[in-house]
Design a protein around this ligand. Structure first.
Ligand code: F6P
Length: 368
């Protein structure tokens, strides 16, 4: 019987519980034992029955819609060091686990892939230090790793959607609709800052869904020094057509062409000073990560959970670690490491001020 463990890692996202539920139940359905690792990689490093638990069918009852992650998550420094990974390997072997599915963002999935590639040397070291037996060394020759992408940011290349992104988008749109009502009453301007780290997907889509007047995203940096005038001209035009509200959506990672970050406070100042608009800032913060998973995330997380278990059962030592993605509405497998590299190349292109390349890596067009 194979033993498959699942953990959630990095920032929580609605739909992670649905993904864990699906993985646990698919594993059991396929006659495997299912384990959960509490608190992400931090729990793996700590080990023991408080952190590594066998789960059964009914343990995930009612989890499909719930927000957050019931098995906990963490951003773990120890696992970035070999010593932490060595402990992680020991704890997996102690529980007889031979496959690990990680639901998390690019950082967590990179960590998982490093763990897999290092696995043979970790196991050797454990044997040399007499932490495991010869029988265990022979049995746990390689670790089967698979990633399902859970993050509200939708920042992973090679998948159209990450688990949680559409729920977060829904929270943002609802919040902007609320703000719109009060903005209209007072004829005010609102600068709304949204999450997304270095990715503008949430800001861009929220802006489209709420007919925002202006959107700032990292992938399409605003002209240095000139962006304030450019924005004000557009807002002035909208106001001159009788619009009583002004909504600006700014991604937390928004930058100008000199890579200076564009802060909500600067936008606020420009609107007050240049247009004399009564302006407020609303930072949505962690509200965007809360609440139940929308239908799309429940479906995505469930289908990807089933596929992750299939991928683990079919993989061999020569198969690269798979990442479960969605592309053109189909659940597919990609190489985890290639997806991570592609994701990092967007950040790299932005750092090199090659915005055209950054946009094309995100399948978008750069407008000069
Ligand atoms: O990656 C998800 C995310 O919510 C980002 O959008 C945001 O930058 C970050 O996590 C916030 O992290 P924390 O919850 O640790 O403050």
């Amino acid at each position: 019987k194979k033993s498959i463990a699942v953990m959630t890692s990095g920032g929580d996202a609605p739909g992670m519980n649905a993904n864990v539920r699906s993985i646990v139940r698919s594993a059991i359905f396929k006659h495997c034992r299912a384990f959960v690792i509490m608190e992400g990689f931090a729990g793996l490093v700590k080990g023991g029955p408080d952190y590594i638990k066998e789960f059964f069918w009914e343990d995930v009852r009612g989890w499909l819609a719930e927000g957050g992650t019931n098995i906990g998550t963490a951003r773990c420094k120890e696992f970035q060091e070999r010593a932490g990974r060595l402990l992680g390997a020991l704890h997996l072997i102690e529980f007889g686990i031979d496959a690990l599915i990680v639901c998390g963002g690019d950082g967590s999935l990179t960590g998982a892939d490093i763990f897999r590639s290092e696995w043979p040397s970790l196991v050797q070291e454990l044997y040399q230090n007499e932490k495991i037996t010869k029988a265990q060394l022979d049995k746990y020759q390689y670790l089967n790793v698979c990633g399902t992408v859970g993050s509200i940011d939708n920042d992973m290349s090679s998948t159209d959607a990450t688990i949680g992104a559409y729920s977060s988008l829904d929270r943002i749109c609802t919040a902007v609709d609320y703000v719109e009502a009060t903005a209209l009453s007072h004829s005010r301007a609102f600068v709304i800052e949204v999450m997304g780290r270095n990715c503008g997907w949430l800001a861009l889509l929220a802006g489209i869904c709420t007919t925002a007047d202006y959107i700032f995203i990292p992938e399409n940096p605003e002209p240095h020094k000139e962006w304030k005038d450019k924005m004000c001209d557009i807002i002035k035009k909208h106001r001159s057509k009788g619009k009583r509200t002004t909504i600006i959506i700014v991604a937390e990672g928004a930058i100008d062409t000199e890579l200076n970050s564009i802060k909500a406070s600067e936008i606020h100042r420009a609107l007050c000073d240049k247009l004399d608009l009564d302006t407020r800032i609303t930072t949505l913060g962690h509200l965007q990560r809360g609440g139940k998973a929308v239908a799309y995330d429940r479906i995505l997380a469930t289908l990807q959970g089933v596929e992750a278990v299939n991928a683990v059962l079919e993989s061999t030592p020569d198969t690269p670690s798979p990442l479960i993605a969605i592309s053109e509405n189909k659940i597919i497998r990609r190489s985890l490491v290639d997806s991570v590299v592609l994701t990092k190349s967007v950040a790299e292109a932005i750092k090199n001020k090659d915005f055209k390349k950054a946009m094309s890596l995100r399948d978008c067009e750069f407008i000069e």
